[in-house]
Write a protein that binds this ligand. Structure first.
Ligand SMILES: Nc1ncnc2c1ncn2[C@@H]1O[C@H](COP(=O)(O)OP(=O)(O)OP(=O)(O)O)[C@@H](O)[C@H]1O
Ligand SMILES: [Mg+2]
Length: 263
């Protein structure tokens, strides 16, 4: 479903602020796989997701989604294949528009001649049904402006919008990190529900080691723009959060000392 080979991205190349964010990264994901991604600040996690979504263009390498080379396909075209949810609940929805207008827009995503945010009776009943499955009472609030919703409700709506048009790939970037302790587990549960129901191939960035092991079926650790650990199956099942932290720390130190030795 997702094939990434030798992907490279440097920011501010040739200046004093040059940063090699992704350096020769390879990743292959089968359809329906759900990988969590961990890694320290600046490891390149968000950059990787941005490259997959087409928000950034790489300097080299290739990205295939569903057997198609999309390396240089514009973001708005890739949006039919890729659903995204960010950390900030304000980013995924249009606050001045109503719940149903937002959903109508999500449904039109990537279609050339959409109906904008017009909503007919059939769409409304479909939306009501989908909102009902979130269990947040949003089905009663189709006409409510989204900026009147709580962060958790808004993130739930974003999850629904990101997956409404049945993308091939779902990209989640710390999407529960900004939520309160009640809302975060609800969005986590909702994520699993939607991913399993739709069999979505998913990449989820998190700083929570326990969550990185508990959710999905594969865990990737990134460091300096590379994947330095790829856990699945029995090996993953037998890894605890504290072991993961230990591997993380030792691997970081190893790489740091390598770099100090070999420049
Ligand atoms: N638009 C940009 N312009 C310049 N540098 C950038 C840009 N985006 C990211 N970087 C740099 O690239 C590196 C990787 O950043 P990235 O945001 O991908 O890290 P991350 O793993 O998502 O970190 P965090 O856990 O803090 O979110 C960092 O050094 C960052 O400063
Ligand atoms: Mg990030």
């Amino acid at each position: 479903m997702l094939e990434i080979s030798n992907l490279r991205k440097t920011f501010n190349a040739g200046t004093a602020h040059q940063v090699k964010a992704i350096s020769g990264l390879n990743l292959s994901m089968a359809a329906g796989e759900f990988a969590t991604i961990i890694g320290s600040n600046g490891a390149g996690k968000s950059t990787l997701l941005n490259l997959i979504a087409g928000a950034y263009q790489p300097d080299g390498g290739r990205i295939n989604i569903a057997e198609r080379d999309v390396t240089y396909t514009p973001e708005y075209i890739r949006a039919t294949q890729v659903g995204r949810v960010f950390q900030d609940p304000l980013l995924g929805t249009a606050g001045a528009m109503t719940v149903e207008q937002n959903l109508a827009l999500a449904l039109q995503r990537g279609k050339r001649r959409g109906l904008g945010w017009g909503v007919d009776r059939q769409m409304r009943s479909q939306f009501r049904e989908r909102l009902n499955s979130l269990g947040m009472g949003l089905e009663q609030r189709l006409g409510t402006r989204v900026n009147l919703l709580s962060g958790g409700q808004r993130q739930a709506l974003t999850m629904l919008m990101a997956t409404l048009a049945r993308p091939n790939l779902l990209l989640l970037d710390e999407h529960t990190a900004a939520l309160d302790p009640l809302a975060a587990p609800r969005i986590t549960a909702l994520t699993e529900q939607i991913v399993v129901q739709q069999g979505l191939t998913t990449l989820m960035v998190t700083h929570n080691m326990a969550m990185a092991l508990a959710m999905g079926n594969r865990t990737l650790m990134m460091h300096q723009g590379e994947i330095i650990l790829d856990l699945s199956g029995a090996e993953r099942a037998h890894t605890s959060a504290s072991e993961l932290v230990a591997r993380f720390t030792s691997r970081n130190q190893e790489l740091l000392s390598d770099r100090m030795l070999f420049g």
